[in-house]
Design a protein around this ligand. Sequence first.
Ligand SMILES: [Zn+2]
Ligand SMILES: [Zn+2]
Length: 344
Amino acid sequence: MKVELFNKKNKKDLVSQLRSESFDRITISFYKYINIDNIEILRDYLYFKWTKLKVLGRVYIANEGINAQLSLPKHNLDPFLKQLKQNEDFNDLKIKKALIEGESFYKLNIKIKNEIVAYKIPKNEYDMNIVGKHFDYKDFNDAIDDGATVIDIRNYYEGEVGRFQNAIVPDIDRSEDLLPEIKKLLKGKESKQILMYCTGGIRCEKASSYLIKNGFKNVNQLDGGIIKYANDIKKNKVKSKFLGKNFVFDNRLGENITNDIISNCHQCNKLSNSHKNCNNSSCHILFIQCDNCEIKYRGSCSEKCMNFNKLDEQDQKKFLKNKEVIFNGTNSDRLRPKINNIFK
Ligand SMILES: [Zn+2]
Ligand SMILES: [Zn+2]
């Protein structure tokens, strides 16, 4: 069988193909920091093997390791794991399953990157052989009760809809701004017990190494991130200290860990935790929109985007060509909430 090494179908076709499937899918994720020399060969190999198993998802491969978020047919999980673990570098992988299923991915995308998390910090600022201690859900909960400092190792818009009680949430939008910001926020707490968490654990690995290199003495990270925590507390019937929604970078945009809604609609300020991308494709900003505002603004982030969407294609092109209009998404990666009373 000949397998193309890239996807050639448009999104509409991919979605209808996915919906016509007669089997259930499962969403999983894993990562590993490991030296990989032949990243192109590994990419082509995985693409070839995984396409045959109908695997969809987003994968980053770099010389420092692999980070994968995948959706695959339930009946292919065992063959998939067996095949993956044939590679001895991967036989100790920890696979995390999503808490709530949904249409997570429409295609398989394996990208070669410089880093598996784009922190863009120099190599002498961390040492992946020395990382923070891994805490399971129980250690993590106990340490919170003992008054440790909890810090969210994600972007602001992720912590906005769900976070651990009393966590410090850095006000940044891009991974490359995160490490200098957390160092600043934790200044003076070098001897204190620090608890870090992120979605699946990968961002804490390097971030914890960075903090240790920067003089922090008691650095700990939530093993397997919020995804594993959510599964563990459910299994062990323990009350969650994480409130709200776990933001995820696939088409589901989030899974509820608890039913608490801790964020507000960016347009009317009513409680809402529904992230959307503005449906003006020239804007596409990520923002929180309640159901009422979705109707009122027709899925747009602003009146400007809504009015633009009403124009016919010719007029839209004219506007864009003459740069007569600047959309929210043109300036920033997210729309700021009108009232930010959550962290202050
Ligand atoms: Zn609203
Ligand atoms: Zn917009």
